[in-house]
Ligand binder design. Sequence first.
Ligand code: PGA
Length: 261
Amino acid sequence: MEILICKDYDEISAKAATAVIGAIRAKPNLVLGLATGSTPEGLYARLAKACSSGKVDFSAVTTFNLDEYVGLAPDHEQSYRYYMNKHLFDWVNVDKANTHLPDGLAPELTTHCAQYEAMIAGAGGIDLQVLGIGRDGHLGFNEPGSSLASGTQVVTLFRDTIVDNSRLFDSEDEVPRFAITMGVQTILGSRMALLLANGESKADAVRGCVEGPVTAMCTASALQLHPNVVLILDEAAASKLQHLDHYKWCQQAKGQLAGRL
Ligand code: PGA
């Protein structure tokens, strides 16, 4: 795992944007995995700006989102389709026909999950997956206890997640109890993963992800099995890492091997 410690949220967003823009320039028909939540908003704002100034071209990019609430229509303000249009898709020159999210209104959820998984495979797999992390260590909506071998699946949300996400709904009762999410194996199948986290509330989850045992109790810990993952963190999110000094040293020392890797 490569760990980059940033001074603040702005720097996290800037570094993540540089990585995504670089990946699209290197492969214009990139298959990009996307996340929702507060964390990637700064990244998406930067991508929108870069696209409008001609620095990146989304016209051949295909996207797959991690998850969607069961029961919310695409035009529901709290659906993740709505979020993605609002924060990214309406601002970049991506072909919306090439932007995919699980369908929270699918009549047969299990069949739909298998279809979503097949669509990802059909697109050639995910080249770069953007990730956030939940306070409970979830990746996508893979809550504690979710199988580390899972493909796209229907999950029951954890109470912590419902409480965290209720800030965006009129009341806690309105937060859906179920979601469709890419599974942990789907995420591990991406060729590169970029996990962003900021703030002290994520510090325990980040520690579990990086230094904890690989366990379904913190599904982000499965990223230890991913061959190419970069965590972009601020000091607060990184504050509980036992080997923080070492990670900072690695970050500094990397330049010394420039040209030899
Ligand atoms: P957040 O959510 O970015 O809103 O903190 C992250 C997540 O739950 O994965």
